[in-house]
Design a protein around this ligand. Structure first.
Ligand code: KG4
Ligand code: ZN
Length: 362
């Protein structure tokens, strides 16, 4: 049984997990501990990098101990240590990667610096034993992109946001409406009682031939509506949220459809072409339902990992490490690998433009 310890500290979750490949070849999550810092950042309406880095230092040792204890595994039984090395907030990355290197050096085991986006990209192979190739829609607080996943280390970005990430649009909308942080779940909840047809918000890039996403115009439209109506009644907030979500799902379906068609054209013989959705925004029920509909219409199979593995976690980092370890993709110089606040998954695609490149949150 191959066992890998994974560490994730790229944003506001301090996480550690032990993942293994059992005798029968099936992946097993032996433990998956996530210590959320949400409460420490809530008063500021967003993640404060300095607070995050300090909180990682304070929590990480205990979180690793908890992950090993829950897995019933000693450090000696671990075959490799995987840690997120980017993209993300530099302070947190340094804490996680340095700790992982120290453990690896003490044990004489391989260190596996992992791209956080690769963790999201490979999660469906951990949860559903999905075969390559597949299409990935990654929607989180820092990224909105469609990636053609052809194999381990073989990623091709087909589309991305040209401005805000989708999670960021949810968070900014929540902030404008004075809804609690983190914004996504608050907006989704408020939208349940709202009228999605009351505001005709824009559907950015809908109908355009390029497959990319844009959300900043939507945010501006929300701000305008909120300013005109102020002070807002509860019904106004609900209607704005419902109308915002209607615009998001409609534009998302239109944009994603283009990449589904491209994938079909690249793999005309694939019996069951698959779309995987990952990232925190994948928790949104309206978005999941939209993607289900779209996939059915286009003849795709939709894989949406369970909610606790959609958001940031260390099981996905341990899993990416395990896949790399098994393939012999271990870099002899990895001890010298420096954290990379910006680290595109697909280094061959054109550089990202706009805020979507920041990689502050993934
Ligand atoms: O992947 P994730 O947990 O963390 C990083 O971005 O690194 O994603 C967090 C993002 C936040 O922007 C949050 O508002 C959004 O996912 N989110 C949601 C929902 N739950 C979380 N957005 C829409 N609807 C939700 N239910
Ligand atoms: Zn992430």
């Amino acid at each position: 049984m191959t066992r890998v310890l994974g560490i994730e500290t790229s944003c506001d979750e301090t996480a550690a997990a032990v993942v293994a490949r059992g005798e029968n070849g099936a992946p097993v999550i032996l433990s998956n501990i996530v210590f959320s810092q949400i409460e420490e950042h809530a008063a500021f309406g967003g993640v404060v990098p300095e607070i995050a880095a300090r909180a990682h230092v304070e929590a990480l040792d205990g979180v690793i101990e908890a992950a090993l204890a829950e897995a019933g595994t000693s450090l000696e039984e671990i075959d490799g240590i995987a840690a997120t090395a980017g993209p993300g907030l530099i302070g947190g990355l340094i804490v996680g990667l340095t700790t992982a290197k120290a453990i690896a050096a003490a044990l004489g085991k391989p260190i596996l610096p992992i791209n956080h986006l690769e963790g999201h990209a490979l999660t469906a192979r951990l949860t559903d034993r999905l075969e390559f190739p597949y299409l990935l829609l990654l929607v989180s607080g820092g990224h909105t992109q469609i990636v053609h996943v052809a194999g381990i280390g073989r990623y091709e970005r087909w589309a991305s946001t040209i401005d805000d990430a989708l999670g960021e649009a949810f968070d900014k909308t929540a902030k404008l409406l004075s809804l609690p942080y983190p914004g996504g779940p608050s907006v989704e909840k408020a939208a349940e009682k709202g009228d999605p047809a009351r505001f005709a918000f824009p559907r950015p890039l809908k109908g355009e031939a390029r497959p990319d996403f844009s959300f900043s115009g939507l945010k501006t439209a929300v701000r305008r509506a909120a300013t005109e109506l102020a002070p807002l009644a509860e019904k106004d907030v609900a209607d704005i949220c419902a109308s915002f979500q209607a615009a998001v799902t409609e534009t998302l379906a239109d944009r994603v459809a283009l990449s589904l068609k491209r994938f079909r054209a690249v793999y005309p013989k694939l019996a069951e072409p698959t779309l995987v959705v990952a990232g925190g925004v994948a928790a949104n029920a309206a978005i999941r339902a939209t993607l289900e509909d779209l996939s059915r219409r286009e003849g795709f199979f939709l894989v949406a990992p369970p909610l606790n593995l959609c958001g940031d976690n260390a099981a996905m980092i341990a899993w990416a490490g395990l896949e790399r370890l098994e393939k012999g993709l271990v870099d002899g110089g990895a001890m010298a690998f420096a954290p990379r606040p910006r680290w595109p998954l697909d280094e061959t695609s054109a550089p990202l433009i706009g805020a979507g490149k920041r990689g502050v949150k993934a």
